[in-house]
Each structure stands twice: as structure tokens, then as C-alpha cells.
Design a protein around this ligand. Structure first.
Ligand SMILES: [Zn+2]
Ligand SMILES: [Zn+2]
Length: 340
């Protein structure tokens, strides 16, 4: 099978021919149809995070395909059925976090396309217990970004606690943000959008954002406070540390900020006003991908047409060029590798 492989950190991926893997107990073999290109894949390739990914690495964690082989004991999927693989390859299932519905923070979790081979390949192995069920009628290319961008933004919005009718600010309208706007609308929230690109703000308006502010030319904190007194919640999908700093001022008193984006590398620290957090009783919550239940809910929104990723299809061989465009923030929406 063909796969895009990383042999050394911060080097281009190379298309190689690898043997098709065999599923063991509890695993499925998947014939990959589509795999979205997430910014985290670029972080993995560039070695921005500690610990580093397991090499050689096949990246890719927005995987959709069909079941091509069943390991022993797998009974809830059948051959040929559509299936999705998210970032969370597996979690231990027995720790205090797994037992309390917080498997996203399990210390023994494995990550697809990071500690385990991912979907930049014609076939991959996944843990059957952590795969998503994809409706037969779904467009596999459009649904692929839901496996990370979708579930991640959906959980982030849930973690702000914002209720229908309340305001949510989406900061960063890229691969995650343009999907976050749609989830927020589908969940009955009113949306303000912040980005530094007019094109991306226009996309946010098209998806139903009632207000959109360009942080390159306007102070979004002041603009949102002056127009609505601050939003009830905010999700940060941007990768600029300044966006994280601003998020705390963008919410009104008692508001909750969910941080989703990961700037990585040397940009991992910010400066915040302690008084703003204390006096405004602002909550700051991290939100990392989603649980299996979040994933299934996120897929349902998309399968019912309420959320639609804006995608651009590309062949696997284009991956290094796609990463170059991603570094320059030149991608509007999501690039999806059309593998089958
Ligand atoms: Zn991702
Ligand atoms: Zn666990």
C-alpha cells in the first residue's frame, strides 16, 4: 500500500510502499477513503510537541474509510461498513478519567497519526472500540474533518457552558473555526467571529456569524465588549498566543473560555491579567479533542446537514505542498486527502 511517511522530524513526507497491516484482537483494518489534513499533523512533522511522535510516522487523524478486516472479537462493525478514526486512537478504560467520562485526558491514551500510524495511507489499523460510526449516506470527504475539527470544536463549545440564545465568540476561523461557527449556530447560540483575514471573516458570516471582527485592524476585546458587553463563551481555535490573551477579555463577567488551538513550539506562553480573571470570575478551560460520545454527537450534526466542512480535495502526493500552504495560513477551510 502507498503511505506518506515521516522518517525524521522536520523533513518532508515521502510516499513509500508499505505492507498492508493485519488487525489483531479488538482491531479493525480500514481501507482509507479520505483523510483531512489537520494543523496538528504539521506540529507532529515539525516536532513541535513533547513527547515527539513515534517514528517512522504515518500522520493523519481525520480518517474515514470502510472496514476491510476484522480482528478477533470485533462484533459491532461489519465488513464494508463506513467507519471513522479520530485523534484519540485509544484510552485505557480503567483510570479515574476514563471511568468519569473524561477519557480525553487519560494518561495512557494513544494518538492516531502520532503514537500510532494514521490515515495518510491506503490502509490503517484502528482500535474498534474507539472508531466512529459513519452513516451510509454520508459524503466521506466532507465528513472526514468532523473526526477532528468537528469533534474538537463541538466539545470546546460544550465546555464553555453557553446556552441557546447566548453569545459565543469563535476566535480563529480556519479549519476548526469555520466548523465551530456552524456547530454554535446549530446549538442555538449567537456567534461573533474574530480572525485576521477578511476572507475568513466573510466565511464566518456566510455560516451565520452575526458579528465579525478583524483583529489585525480592530481591537476585538473592545469591539465585542462595546457591542454586546462581552460574549458568554469563547472558543479559541487560533494558533496565535495573542488570541488566547484576548479571549479572556472577550467574555463578559462569569463567562467561560475554552482553549482548543495549540500554537506549539516556542509560542506556548502568554500574559494574562490576574485581576481580569478574578474580578470577572472568568473560567478558562482546556478542551482536547473529544470523547467517543462527543464524536458520535458531532458526526450526527454533520450527517443531518447542520454542519458542513468546506473542503478542498487533494491527492496524497501533494501533502508537502499542503503543509507549506498551511504554514502561510493560505488554506480556507480544510484540505482532505482523497485516498480511495
Ligand atoms: Zn486534529
Ligand atoms: Zn484511562
Amino acid at each position: 500500500m502507498q503511505a506518506a511517511v515521516l522518517r525524521a522530524i522536520a523533513t518532508p513526507l515521502v510516499i513509500e510502499t508499505l505492507p498492508v497491516p493485519q488487525p489483531r484482537r479488538g482491531e479493525v483494518l480500514i481501507k482509507v477513503a479520505a483523510c483531512g489534513v489537520c494543523h496538528s499533523d504539521l506540529h507532529a512533522v515539525d516536532g513541535d510537541w513533547t513527547p515527539l511522535p513515534t517514528l517512522p510516522l504515518v500522520p493523519g487523524h481525520e480518517v474515514v474509510g470502510h472496514v476491510a478486516g476484522l480482528g478477533e472479537g470485533v462484533e459491532h462493525f461489519r465488513l464494508g461498513e463506513p467507519i471513522g478514526v479520530p485523534w484519540m486512537y485509544s484510552a485505557c478504560g480503567t483510570c479515574e478519567f476514563c471511568l468519569s467520562g473524561m477519557e480525553t485526558i487519560c494518561l495512557k491514551a494513544e494518538a492516531t497519526g502520532y503514537t500510532k500510524p494514521g490515515g495518510y495511507a491506503e490502509y490503517m489499523i484502528a482500535d474498534a472500540a474507539f472508531c466512529g460510526r459513519i452513516p451510509e449516506a454520508a459524503d466521506l470527504y466532507e465528513i472526514a474533518p468532523i473526526l477532528c475539527a468537528g469533534v474538537t470544536t463541538y466539545r470546546g463549545i460544550k465546555r464553555t457552558g453557553a446556552r441557546p440564545g447566548q453569545w459565543l465568540t469563535v476566535i480563529g476561523i480556519g479549519g476548526l473555526g469555520h466548523i465551530a461557527v456552524q456547530y454554535a449556530k446549530a446549538m442555538g447560540l449567537r456567534v461573533a467571529a474574530v480572525d485576521v483575514s477578511e476572507e475568513k471573516l466573510e466565511l464566518a458570516r456566510q455560516f451565520g456569524a452575526e458579528m465579525a471582527f478583524n483583529a489585525a485592524t480592530t481591537d476585538p476585546v473592545r469591539a465585542i465588549r462595546e457591542s454586546i458587553g462581552g460574549s458568554h463563551g469563547a472558543v479559541v481555535t487560533a494558533v496565535s498566543p495573542r488570541a488566547f490573551e484576548q479571549s479572556v477579555g472577550i467574555v463578559r463577567n462569569g463567562g467561560t473560555v475554552a482553549w482548543i488551538g495549540l500554537p506549539g513550539g516556542k509560542q506556548d506562553e502568554i500574559r494574562l491579567s490576574i485581576a481580569a480573571v478574578v474580578n470577572g470570575e472568568v473560567s478558562i478551560r482546556g478542551s482536547s479533542v473529544g470523547t467517543r460520545q462527543d464524536l458520535q454527537e458531532a458526526i450526527d450534526f454533520a450527517a443531518n446537514g447542520l454542519v458542513r466542512a468546506r473542503i478542498e480535495k487533494a491527492p496524497l502526493a501533494d501533502i508537502n505542498g499542503i503543509f507549506a500552504r498551511m504554514k502561510k495560513a493560505e488554506i480556507n477551510g480544510r484540505v482532505v486527502l482523497a485516498i480511495a
